[in-house]
Ligand binder design. Structure first.
Ligand code: FAD
Ligand code: UDP
Length: 381
């Protein structure tokens, strides 16, 4: 008998497996229907020996020291500040839009102060900012919105930015200085030996049994367990009772080129051209030295694995219906990007999992008769 069945071996499931096994000393069966652990952060070496991210570029960034410290138990880090260029009007310019973006695109020599004025002259008064269109046009005006955001967003989501919640494009800031980093967070790192190595160290524990290529629907009636943590899509758990929750998917095209470098930064975005949204060159992220180079092209689609919850008011309302069902099930804990239908980054998911662990401890104090704690020593890292 397992104390816990945990469905999904991504960040949400793996962090909870680790916490429960180590701190509560309870036995966990951690399953995933894919043939590997790590969820969407899974990375692997391709046939040429280049480290690639199977599900698109994953860059770790956070302002939460507690989350960084927690993950540091399982990996060393490589400092990496992510930089992205966008191909706009045939030029490669920095995104997030900054002083250099505007000067290069328009052949100007503005200062930061000039640029503030320049934006103010173009910004539209939209009243209350509700949509992803409002966020951008109210800051930089319609022309830059059209060049950088409208086409990319329509490709990525199959929706116009005016149909998407403001939180989507609000992920990308606008700057009037020359800072060209994609993220402004205090901690920006890549796991030194990759995400998969980090996950392996996280779940390597005598109290954790890992089973891949195992779907919840097949396992649930075969293996006895006391409580459940579920990190898959919440609508699927409830057999789509209220209808399907939209999740946006991607098709990844991984290619290896017989040249040392292909582009000058980790990611190039294509808001105006092609069916793909962006191209990633992994060696910038991983620091790997290799005579060849590996790239991933991302083609957005509605079919395939669920990757992104789609932030729109009606989807949120549908999710709330499922959430009410979930709240009525005290022995099942719903955690993660798919189960809580939140467009969260890795650090936010780790934070959510650690918060869930605290709630589990409050609800089920160790030694409360739920199970006898079996504390096993951690395998040293
Ligand atoms: P997942 O990683 O999706 O894990 C859920 C797991 O559950 C999956 O492995 C799935 O196979 C399994 N599962 C589902 N249903 C079942 C079932 N019935 N039975 C068994 N197993 C099941 N975040 C960042 O911080 N930085 C980035 O740069 C970044 N880039 C991203 C790029 C892309 C293209 C995508 C899609 C996401 C990116 N993210 C990034 C977000 C990051 O991937 C997520 O925040 C994180 O992986 C979510 O972890 P999770 O455990 O909630 O979900
Ligand atoms: N976005 C855009 N143009 C860009 C970059 C981002 O329109 O060059 C918009 C788009 O809607 C995208 C959102 O901003 O989905 C969030 O971008 P981010 O890079 O955070 O997306 P993710 O890495 O999560 O796919």
């Amino acid at each position: 008998m397992y104390d816990w069945l945990i469905v999904g071996a991504g960040f949400a499931g793996s962090v909870l497996a680790e916490r429960i096994a180590v701190d509560r000393g309870e036995r966990v069966l951690l399953i995933d229907r894919r043939n590997h652990i790590g969820g969407n952060a899974y990375d692997r070496y391709d046939e040429e020996g280049l480290l690639i991210h199977q599900y698109g570029p994953h860059i770790f960034h956070t302002n939460a020291k507690q989350i960084f410290d927690y993950l540091s138990r399982f990996t060393e880090w490589r400092p990496y500040e992510h930089r992205v260029l966008a191909e706009v009007d045939g030029m490669l310019v920095p995104i997030p839009i900054n002083l250099d973006t505007v000067n290069k695109l328009y052949g100007l020599h503005l200062t930061s102060e000039d640029l503030e004025q320049w934006f103010a002259e173009r910004a539209e008064d939209v009243g209350e900012i509700r949509t992803s269109e409002d966020v951008v046009v109210s800051k930089v005006g319609r022309e830059l919105y059209e060049k950088f955001f409208r086409g990319y967003t329509r490709k990525q989501w199959g929706l116009d930015p005016s149909e998407l919640d403001k939180s989507v494009t609000a992920r990308v800031p606008t700057r009037t200085n020359r800072d060209d980093r994609y993220f402004g967070d205090e901690f920006q790192f890549m796991p030194k030996y990759g995400y998969t190595r980090m996950f392996e160290r996280m779940v390597r524990h005598p109290n954790i049994h890992v089973m891949t290529q195992a779907d919840y629907h097949d396992v649930k009636d075969l293996v006895p367990f006391r409580r459940l943590i579920y990190t898959g899509p919440i609508d699927e758990y409830f057999d789509f009772r209220f209808g399907k929750l939209p999740y946006r998917s991607l098709r990844f095209e991984h290619v290896t080129l017989d040249e040392e470098w292909h582009q000058s930064v980790g990611v190039v975005n294509y808001p105006q051209t092609y069916d793909y949204t962006r191209v990633t060159e992994y060696k910038h992220l991983t620091g790997q030295k290799h005579a060849k180079t590996a790239l991933t092209y991302e083609f957005p689609t509605d079919e395939g694995d669920p990757y992104y919850p789609v932030p729109k008011p009606e989807n949120q309302a549908l999710y709330k219906q499922y959430e009410r069902l979930a709240e009525a099930m005290p022995d099942v804990w719903f955690v993660g990007r798919l189960a809580t239908y939140r467009y969260y980054n890795m650090d936010q998911i780790v934070g959510q999992a650690l918060a869930t662990f605290r709630r589990i401890n409050e609800t089920l104090p160790i030694g409360s008769g739920f199970t006898m704690p079996r504390r096993a020593a951690r395998i040293p890292l």
